[in-house]
Design a protein around this ligand. Sequence first.
Ligand code: ZN
Ligand code: ZN
Length: 103
Amino acid sequence: MSSAWRGGSTSAWRRLRAHVLARDGYRCRAHADGWCDRVPGQHTCTRLALPGGPNAGHAHHTHGRTVTGDDPQHIVAACRACNLHIGDPTAHADPPNRAVSRW
Ligand SMILES: [Zn+2]
Ligand SMILES: [Zn+2]
């Protein structure tokens, strides 16, 4: 018996994701909280982050998984379109101290 699955989703991550989706009411919080606005480009938010089915939600690491790990405080529910839109924030080399002017 292997202790962990390599690559892909672990059962622990799936449980954590389910927890985040339920906490956020199965709504796309990434879009509502403005995480999408940080990344230029167009996408259509479905507003849904359901536990399963065609509109199954994703869990977005707002500061990148490599930064915060799997801490639910830094993970928000996101619909598929938005999670794909945002991607990994650490991949966008934004200087951390440069505030968005509209805030
Ligand atoms: Zn969305
Ligand atoms: Zn969005």
